[in-house]
Design a protein around this ligand. Structure first.
Ligand code: ATP
Ligand code: MG
Length: 259
């Protein structure tokens, strides 16, 4: 693999936390196992992790998808920051030169969509052998005061800005599943209408659309770039290292031109 190619990996909050909990419950052994799998990778890597029970229940509790609230925004940000510290520490312990990048400090959204993001530091980190670790967060919003920014929105945004060549979204299922629980091998605009009835939110608290939200973000990305993204199960040992080794697992989401 070309050493200058950039890979973006999202680690779902559904994997590294107990999403059925109503306050931050980390799955420490999963975080450590995943950090170990990432430590074998030698290319340029950006990690984005979800908030799981360190963000979704707090947003719901304070009603942050519908109204502005100082305390709720602060509590949610501090909570997901705590998860980010655990992830960054585990990565460093495993030998990965990981650094935190908090979206609250470098993103402004407009009505919930990223309007601008300072990314120069991410480029410098990659050039100097660091692994930036971003996460779903509360961010400032030019219309709403603050808004929820999903890791699922950060991934495609960065994929375009940083011209990433490989995108993987590790979540808690084998891929995008049909009504029989089988993995749908590939999704593009040409089959989306047939499979959209199978796509739902999350079985746990998820304020950013669960699996449907994820697929919609990645389909949008495929319209704007030539990239293919893979949704796979990061809960299974070995999947993240397989993905990083170049194996295509789970569901591929791509533009019609690339399928
Ligand atoms: N067709 C489908 N295939 C697979 N999962 C689906 C489907 N429809 C709905 N889901 C739900 O979507 C969930 C994954 O989305 P969810 O937002 O909970 O995880 P995540 O994005 O990994 O976590 P976080 O948002 O905290 O990062 C699955 O666990 C499942 O409950
Ligand atoms: Mg989610």
């Amino acid at each position: 693999m070309d050493k200058n190619n950039i890979t973006i990996l999202k680690i779902g909050g559904s994997v590294i936390t107990d999403k059925s909990a109503d306050d931050g419950a980390a799955r420490v052994s999963k975080i450590e196992r995943i950090a170990g799998e990432i430590s074998g990778f030698e290319g340029k890597l950006i990690i984005v992790h979800g908030a799981g029970s360190f963000g979704h229940p707090q947003v719901k509790r304070f009603g942050l998808t519908g109204k502005f609230d100082h305390i709720g925004s602060i509590i949610t940000h501090m909570s997901v920051r705590e998860l980010n510290t655990m992830v960054v520490e585990a990565l460093n312990f495993a030998g990965v030169n990981a650094l935190p990048v908090h979206p609250m400090a470098c993103v402004v959204s407009k009505n919930g969509r990223i309007k601008s993001m300072f990314t120069e530091q991410i480029g410098e980190m990659l050039a100097n052998g660091f692994v930036p670790v971003l996460h779903g967060d509360m961010v400032m919003d030019s219309e709403l005061g603050t808004s929820v920014l999903s890791g699922d929105q950060i991934v495609p945004y960065l994929a375009i800005q940083m011209k990433a060549s490989r995108i993987g979204i590790g979540s808690a299922e084998e891929g995008v599943l049909n009504n029989k629980g089988e993995v749908i091998p590939s999704i593009s605009n040409s089959n989306f209408d047939q499979i959209k009835e199978y796509l739902g939110g999350s079985s746990n608290t998820d304020v950013t659309g669960g699996m449907l939200g994820k697929v919609l973000e990645l389909l949008k990305l495929s319209e704007q770039s030539n990239s293919t993204s893979y949704i796979f199960n990061a809960g299974n040992a070995g999947n993240i290292s397989d993905f990083l080794k170049g194996k295509n697992i789970g569901t591929a989401i791509s533009g019609d031109r690339t399928i």
